[in-house]
Design a protein around this ligand. Structure first.
Ligand SMILES: [Ca+2]
Ligand SMILES: [Ca+2]
Length: 403
């Protein structure tokens, strides 16, 4: 049961079938504006490509390019079960497929797409079967991608509870395991003991911050307690780290209480965007008691650790101060930021439509700083302005389910 529930793709599919009691047929909700509904399955990944294009992981068809101005879409390649896609060169992309049960021939792999031709780069499911980094059994469900460097791609494996690294030749290693956390289970129904523990981290988000570090967000498995999703900061050269241990190359980021994180990304100005699937938790949403999801825009600050003047936070003490820039969103699954706009994928009902929308509230002014487009390494951890005095607008509007 726990094993099944930590597989985020089936989880989200189940939520959509069971939990969406009211189908929201009309587009353009309060706070977002539809760009396109020309898709065929849940949209697990969204990223910014070259030339102002968006890249959408359409799990029903394959990686798809979307022009945010015209709403025009074009399929880059047929690759159903795709969970994420990023651009790595001119007409060259990396795409990820999620895990199946049982594993199919195109499941749990990293792919290169060049000029429309799909080539397998790495079999992540086999890596999990061979290595099982978290020691909790073989379970791979690659969910999100990030580019660490020209030659290195990061993968958040939601089944493996870990962050993997793959080079362009397909060599795989594991960077960090996100730890389970023992949380109180209402009704005491937690079925398993460690290592197959309650509250698997479920690695859903991975992104490279303005300080060059790897940031990883967790969904949180059963009991999916609201406010318990965490963000970890991992040194980019770290390998085989167990987060939550004494190893200082992975540290907890100080954040507001997040619930059911499904994606995180950074804008060019260094703002972190954290997507919460549902403020009442994915489990509440699965039971039809969802409260809607949220996109948070977060500034990075020094959290009090030693900076030592070298622009690195070797003690990893980073804090996020966050503002909700879209809330009450119907099943937001992924976000991307470009040119002062924040885009999000939504699912408006169990039978669709699914869409890419642009958020229409609140982000103006937050992106007013430098926007030099390089996105890596120049900022240090604290150079993204300071919103003290503005207050922290992140309020857990979804509240807890008390029943
Ligand atoms: Ca495992
Ligand atoms: Ca929240």
């Amino acid at each position: 049961m726990v094993k099944a529930l930590r597989r985020i793709v089936p989880v989200i599919a189940a939520i959509l079938v069971l939990g969406l009691t009211a189908s929201i047929a009309s587009a353009d909700g309060p706070g977002w504006k539809t760009i396109s509904q020309d898709f065929h399955g849940l949209l697990f990944g969204l990223n910014v490509g070259q030339n102002g294009q968006l890249l959408v992981a359409d799990s029903g068809a394959g990686p798809t390019k979307l022009d945010p101005d015209s709403g025009e879409t074009s399929l880059l390649a047929s690759l159903p079960n795709v969970t994420d896609v990023i651009q790595v060169g001119r007409r060259e992309y990396m795409a990820l497929t999620g895990g199946g049960d049982p594993q199919g021939p195109t499941d749990a792999r990293l792919w290169r797409i060049k000029d429309g031709v799909v080539t397998e780069i790495a079999d992540l499911g086999k890596f999990e079967a061979d290595h099982d980094p978290d020691g909790a059994g073989v379970d791979s469900n690659p969910y999100h991608l990030a580019k660490l460097s020209r030659n290195k791609i990061l993968v958040a494996d939601a089944g493996g509870n870990d962050i993997l690294i793959v080079d362009k030749d397909g060599n795989i290693d594991w960077v960090a395991v996100l730890p389970p956390e023992n949380l109180a289970v209402p009704g005491g129904e937690c079925p398993a003991q460690p290592p197959d523990s309650c509250s698997d981290a479920v690695a859903t988000g991975v992104a490279v911050g303005p300080d060059g570090a790897i940031y990883a967000g967790e969904l949180k498995g059963v009991p999916a307690t609201p406010g318990t999703s965490r963000v970890w900061r991992i040194e980019p050269d770290a390998r085989h780290v167990t987060c939550g241990s004494d190893d200082e190359s992975c540290t907890l980021v100080e954040t507001p209480p997040f619930t059911s994180i499904v994606d995180m990304t950074f804008g060019q100005d260094g703002t972190a965007y954290v997507v919460e699937l549902d403020e009442a938790s994915w489990l509440a949403a699965e039971g039809g008691k969802g409260a809607g999801g949220t996109v948070n825009a977060c500034k990075l600050h020094n959290g009090g650790g030693d900076d030592e003047g070298d622009r690195r936070h070797d003690n990893g003490d980073v804090a996020f101060s966050c503002k909700e820039i879209g809330t009450g969103l119907p099943f937001p699954l992924a976000a991307a930021a470009a040119d002062h706009s924040v885009y999000v994928t939504l699912a408006l009902g169990p039978e669709g439509p699914v869409e890419v929308a642009v958020l229409t509230n609140g982000n103006e002014g937050d992106n007013g700083g430098e926007d030099n487009g390089d996105g890596n390494g120049d900022h240090g951890g604290n150079a993204n302005g300071d919103n003290e005095g503005r207050g922290n607008d992140n309020q857990e509007r979804g509240g807890r389910q008390d029943d």
